[in-house]
Design a binder for this molecule. Sequence first.
Ligand SMILES: CC(C)(COP(=O)(O)OP(=O)(O)OC[C@H]1O[C@@H](n2cnc3c(N)ncnc32)[C@H](O)[C@@H]1OP(=O)(O)O)[C@@H](O)C(=O)NCCC(=O)NCCS
Length: 191
Amino acid sequence: MSTTSPELPTEDYKPVSFSQTILTELMIPAYSNFGGKIHGGILLSLMDKVAYVCAAKHAGNYCVTASIDTVNFLAPVEVGELVSLMASINYVGNTSLVVGIRVISENVKTNQVKHTNTCYFTMVAKDDFNNPVKVPGLILENREQLRRFIEAKSRKEIRGNYRKELEAVNIPEKDEQCMQLLAGERCRISG
Ligand SMILES: CC(C)(COP(=O)(O)OP(=O)(O)OC[C@H]1O[C@@H](n2cnc3c(N)ncnc32)[C@H](O)[C@@H]1OP(=O)(O)O)[C@@H](O)C(=O)NCCC(=O)NCCS
């Protein structure tokens, strides 16, 4: 795993490039499922690892995974391929930060490169007493990083609304009312 540190951090702010991290790993047979493809869980574990490195480097503290935004597996990964995970801080809140991760898989014989995942990990920095602790601000170095920051802010707002809408979902008291609500769905109530 390599991290690049092109410039020293300023006092309370660190540039995105300070903590950008790339993790490359060979997909060995032990990582495969019965279908011969790489387990989704292996990729999730690698994403968690690279998210931690990137977040801890920016925070200068121990970090925990608070949540993972939608993970879509866009293409299967094969045994023998080289998987690279590129992690970058997209957004910082007060004690939380969002790490964006792009995953690509490369066939070393054909040089074919597939984009297999993009996902977003929210990590929270912790102090020595396990309390959330403030993270440094973020210096955005180009338009791409500015776009990612704005998109992450929007995702956070949308998630907040989504949570509120879910909480507002009303489950009717009577089974018949529930079944009316579920008309056309492929379920039935036993008994
Ligand atoms: C995530 C955790 C730190 C939140 O703790 P908390 O006491 O609820 O902290 P707060 O409410 O003060 O929130 C702290 C920050 O986390 C963010 N946060 C909390 N829960 C979150 C969630 N589910 N998703 C995204 N962000 C979350 C808050 O928005 C806040 O961000 P901000 O400071 O930038 O505004 C705590 O629940 C925890 O330690 N969970 C276990 C984490 C863990 O073990 N991960 C490994 C999983 S195997």
